[in-house]
Design a protein around this ligand. Structure first.
Ligand code: ADP
Length: 312
């Protein structure tokens, strides 16, 4: 209750799948805006807070990084509602910028700036043994100063957590890596790297690179678009629980295919993207390798955050 009095809730600014989001300010500092995310209780969890929520809180409280949304506080209000006090991001999310092709124009330097901020956030999560598992453009919020912030850790979990069987059906379908479609029991930080590759491709194309109406359709789309997972390119894949034997084997796409679609990224940008789309998770770049890639050092230099395009 004492904690609650430190924050003033103003008006509602958003509604998510399990939360209502308000803009507010610190009682002691009316000019410092905050977002208050009020978690709606799942009827199944009326005795307590859902595990997803607990994970979101733990993940966020431990992580402090310029590209990860800051969690200032957690408090409960009446009816034991749970409120997360978060950094306020008034400039919407990356999906709005990607989709508004009429009003929002950007180039490779801007893509490199957003990608750099995203990749540093993901690397930092993994350094701290946290998987995000739901990286997608609408979870990438834009702060007032243009900084990109990785948000919505509802699904984040520590991969150090012992014993619990990992659940596979978690990341949003279009950004989900093949090992999750095949229900691999053990997976690692490279699940997020695949999603980052999907965001990179979408920034160029301005629509999702791999789309399907169902999980099976999306898994088939990976096979058609990137190449068909086989024992040759991914030893052990046929043993995974939900592996589907392909009716038609598409060879893994090589560089000219990517150069046709993503030439604006340059040859080295395409190399980086291809390293994120390795089908076999053991061959996929780690978030650390992504940051060590030569693309970041090459022309064009990333845009300064104050020069990045804004919502129309
Ligand atoms: P859920 O996790 O329940 O799906 P979201 O985190 O997606 O909820 O939040 C719902 C909406 O609230 C977002 O689309 C966005 O418009 C707004 N929102 C969420 N967090 C913030 C924030 N930190 N600053 C500003 N707006 C936010």
């Amino acid at each position: 209750d004492e904690e609650k009095r430190k924050y003033v809730k103003d008006k509602q600014v958003g509604k998510g799948t399990y939360a209502d989001v308000f803009v507010g300010h610190f009682a002691s500092s009316p000019s410092t805006k905050i977002a208050i995310k009020k978690i709606r209780f799942n009827a199944d969890f009326k005795d307590g807070i859902s595990m997803d929520t607990i994970r979101e809180i733990r993940a966020l409280q431990e992580l402090r990084h310029p590209n990860i949304i800051a969690l200032y506080s957690v408090f409960s209000s009446k009816n034991q509602n749970l409120n997360l006090v978060l950094e306020y991001c008034p400039r919407g999310d990356l999906m709005e910028l990607i989709r508004d092709t009429d009003n929002v124009h950007y180039g490779t330097a801007d893509i490199k700036a957003w990608m750099g901020m995203l990749c540093r956030a993901v690397w930092f999560c993994h350094e701290n043994f946290i998987l995000h598992r739901d990286i997608k453009p609408n979870n990438l919020l834009i702060a007032a100063d243009g900084e990109l912030k990785l948000a919505d850790f509802g699904l984040a979990r520590s991969f150090a957590e012992p014993e619990t069987r990992m659940t596979y059906n978690m990341t949003t379908r279009f950004y989900r890596p093949p090992e999750l479609f095949y229900q691999a029991r053990h997976y690692s930080g490279v699940v997020d790297v695949w999603s980052v590759g999907c965001v990179m491709a979408e920034l160029v194309l301005r629509f999702p690179f791999i789309q399907g109406d169902t999980d099976i359709e999306t898994a088939n789309k990976i096979s058609e678009t990137i190449g068909t997972p086989t024992e040759d390119n991914w030893p052990g894949v046929t043993q995974l629980k939900a592996y589907l034997a392909p009716t038609n084997v598409v060879p893994v796409k090589r560089k000219p295919f990517y150069m046709d679609l993503f030439s604006s990224l340059g040859s080295s940008g395409v190399d980086l993207m291809m390293s994120m789309f390795a089908l076999d998770p053991r061959k996929r770049a780690t978030s650390k390798q992504v940051l060590q890639h030569e693309w970041w050092q090459q022309e064009p230099r990333p845009s300064r955050k104050e020069d990045l395009p804004k919502r129309g």
